[in-house]
Design a protein around this ligand. Sequence first.
Ligand SMILES: N[C@@H](CCC(=O)N[C@@H](CS)C(=O)NCC(=O)O)C(=O)O
Length: 331
Amino acid sequence: MALYVLDSTILRLCHAQADLRIDGEQRKVDVCLTRSVYKTYGHGYGPTQGIFQSAATLSRQIPTPSTTHIEMPEPIIFYDIPSQGTALKAWSPNTWKTRYTLNIKGIPYKTVWVDYPDIEPLMRKIGALPTDTKANGAPHYTLPAIYDPNTKTALAESALIAHYLDKTYPDTPRLIPAGTAALHAAFTQAFFTVLVKALLPITIPATADHLPPRSEAYFRATREVIFGGPLQELAPPGPKREKHWAEVKKAFATFAQWLQADGVDKPFFLGDKIGYADVTVASFTVWIRIVLGEDSKEWADLKTWDGGRWVTYMDAFKKYEYVDAGEAVVL
Ligand SMILES: N[C@@H](CCC(=O)N[C@@H](CS)C(=O)NCC(=O)O)C(=O)O
């Protein structure tokens, strides 16, 4: 039995069970909460009431929409890496992809904050697979990762998580619409080629400066091996930094061109609606804003690029930048 519960505060849930008293007996009823029904019918009128009336044949004590007793699906556990001294505690471009995804979908979640040295033991403990292999052949464990207690699934890798959430919670906004998975995969690769090489020398040192001590030590040690020297020498103020920053500007100009590929200027890669490609772009842009700071010269600069389009673009993501207090990991 599907029952549509039209309460804006719980519309974010896609599958749940309601505890209803039916013929004096406590019973669990499947609940499907859809935004589309709510949008179509509104709250408490006409067809909406019809839905509740038919539900009432099942239950003599059907709750009113605003006081429905829903047994909520348990919140997803979202593993993220904390920063310190930044405007938002969440800073990582990779984990932002999952945070934006969860926030856009409106899926309830709780953040568990994990310092870098704890990622591998934690992933082994929850049974999330490594996402890559290290140069020495050892498995490489990364965040973001989630644990979904509703399906008992542990999963790492931001794109895999987006696919999983699209599939498991189909009544939430889909970020990788049917038929776009291949293009999204190609986008991810192109995005990295165009932007990331230029951006890292600027954002990696700024990230190190904003990590708590255990993470900072791990981050500097591992990234100094990757970049072959002290992080502060990657893009110190001066011509080296300016060169990297000019390349970042060029990369954003390329994205702006992609958005105009149809001959019209689209707000997002799928048209009018945010998709996973946009989540990727926004996650790396928010990284710049968070680790360099809104007051930085770079952020002021970026806001002027491509006719100011990145301001409008990031404004569309503002309402999805919610960061819960969360709690520290316990291993
Ligand atoms: N493609 C992966 C990349 C994940 C990734 O590289 N995450 C970094 C944090 S930004 C990480 O966890 N690194 C672990 C380490 O350096 O040991 C995704 O999108 O999930």
